[in-house]
Design a protein around this ligand. Structure first.
Ligand code: NAP
Length: 462
């Protein structure tokens, strides 16, 4: 048989995970000049992954990626296979048999741990749980957050920490016309949180916020940003970072932080404190978080390689709520190698490799499960293009027999009792969400359980 990619023998690719990197991989495959059929398998009935469940509700601009993904999904040669979990409903081996290539774009669904005493006390949460909760992710919609506390500590200074801070600091009026879930809006309307401390283990020049996200903390209706100017003093290595192109983002951040430090508080009812050079060493409390103990750090190392070193000085902060926002981590899938330290599938040029470092034929990865949780949504596009380049380079060595793709899966999944959600099904769910949102002047009111989503659908239509 001919090399896959022709009318007689289309290249059949399964993409596992319907987030940004999955859609960018599909797009690159369709633009490859080969005849390609893509089946995108997703464990939830809803596509779009992090754009639907990670992007903050008050960042609608970032959700403008969705119409782009929608166009890809409506194109010929694309099939959405929603509500199907790889490793449970269908195995990796079954996918390998049904496709020429399988690309894992399943992101980073779990969190890194701090590994300090008290991390699991009541009142200490991961940012993932909180973000998933306010965004209506079925895995997190039943979580409860103790918003009766006056002071909250957010550990970490990346954009997720900025999102969590904003959602805690915003008024109901600032959120009520977004797609935030109704239950989250209701709980936030009763929140007593007034002081929000966003803590970095390194200095202001190493904070990972992007300037836009940091600037927003100074533009909230009822929250004042607070920065101690003494904490903005830089060591020579950090100043040297500003001389380099790579330091441009940090330089902007510092200007914004200096602006916050110079600003007299406007008497708003909430305050967001940005603090630096503090590593959490213990979360204390009887049965609930009462305070966080930090060790003060100094920076050590050459420019761009500076790490936090403890000075031995302890700093205590009273707070009843902690959000750990220190980065995400991928989760393993049965039948695939996994690097537990980095939380990724080990790859070489996007090809998944076995423990001896040898590429496993037909298995690829893209996005956060390949490179770890870094970059913005657009970063995933070149990453997925690189993965597709490896698939195309491998075409002559892939199994050349025609592959059945989704046709082989449908039978398997039916006997296993899975209710597959196709793209038309999703469009029906989508339309219903939009209708539910309209009376509240919201872009949509999301369904937050799989049962609710399936309830919109009649008998299988695809
Ligand atoms: P991140 O940008 O990697 O930030 C993680 C933060 O946690 C850093 O400040 C890091 O400090 C800190 N940290 C890590 N381990 C720690 C420890 N043991 N103790 C104390 N602090 C620790 O991760 P993220 O905020 O989860 O964001 C993930 C990715 O999504 C990023 O690329 C982000 O830009 C992106 N994102 C973008 C948007 C947007 O575009 N609006 C929104 C959300 C997320 P160190 O620097 O010292 O390691």
């Amino acid at each position: 048989m001919s090399v896959p990619g022709t009318e007689q023998n289309p290249l059949r690719v399964a993409i596992v995970g319907a987030g940004p990197s999955g859609f960018y991989a599909a797009e690159a495959l369709f633009k490859s000049g080969q005849v390609v059929r893509v089946d995108m398998i997703e464990r939830l009935p809803a596509p779009f992954g992090l754009v639907r469940y990670g992007v903050a509700p008050d960042h609608p601009k970032l959700k403008e990626a969705i119409p782009v993904y929608d166009r890809i999904a409506r194109g010929s040669g694309f099939c959405f296979v929603g509500n199907v979990t790889v490793g449970r409903d269908v195995s990796v081996e079954e996918l390998r048999a049904a496709y020429h290539a399988v690309v894992f774009t399943c992101g980073a669904e779990s969190d890194r741990r701090l590994g300090i005493p008290g991390e699991d006390l009541a009142g200490s949460y991961t940012a993932t749980e909180f973000v998933g909760w306010y965004n209506g992710h079925p895995d997190y919609r039943d979580r409860e957050f103790d918003l009766d506390q006056e002071a909250a500590v957010i550990i970490g200074q990346g954009n997720v920490a900025a999102d969590v801070c904003r959602i805690l600091a915003k008024t109901v009026d600032e959120l009520k016309h977004t797609d935030i879930t109704e239950y989250a809006l209701e709980a936030l309307s009763r929140s007593r949180v007034r002081e929000i401390h966003v803590i970095g283990r390194r200095g202001p020049a190493q904070a990972k916020f992007t300037a836009k996200e940091l600037r927003e903390l100074g533009e909230l209706e009822d929250a004042d940003p607070v920065v101690d100017p003494a904490e903005l003093e830089l060591n020579p290595e950090s100043l040297a970072e500003f001389e380099d192109r790579r330091g441009a983002g940090a330089k902007k951040n510092l200007e914004i932080l200096r602006g916050f430090a110079a600003r007299p508080p406007a008497g708003r009812s909430r305050r967001t404190y940005l603090r630096f050079l503090l590593s959490p060493v213990e979360i204390q409390g009887e049965s609930h978080v009462q305070r966080v103990v930090f060790e003060r750090n100094r920076l050590s190392g050459a420019p761009f390689e500076q790490s936090a070193r403890g000075t031995g000085e302890r700093v205590e902060l009273d707070a009843g709520l902690v959000f750990r926002s220190i980065g995400y981590k991928g989760v393993p899938i049965p039948g695939l190698p996994f690097d537990p330290r980095q939380g990724i599938f080990p790859t070489l040029d996007s090809r998944i490799v076995d423990p001896d470092g040898r590429a496993i034929p037909g298995l690829y990865a893209a996005g956060w499960i390949k490179r770890g949780p870094t970059g913005i949504i657009g970063t995933n596009k070149p990453d997925s293009v690189a993965t597709v380049a490896s698939i195309l380079a491998d075409l002559p060595s892939l199994d050349s027999a025609p592959k059945p793709g989704v046709e082989a899966l449908t039978g398997l999944l039916t006997t296993r009792g899975a209710r597959v959600v196709c793209y038309e099904d999703w469009l029906a769910i989508d339309q219903e969400e939009v209708s539910r949102g309209a009376p509240k002047e919201k872009p949509r009111e999301k369904f937050t359980t799989v049962v609710e989503m399936l309830g919109v659908l009649g008998s299988p239509r695809c």
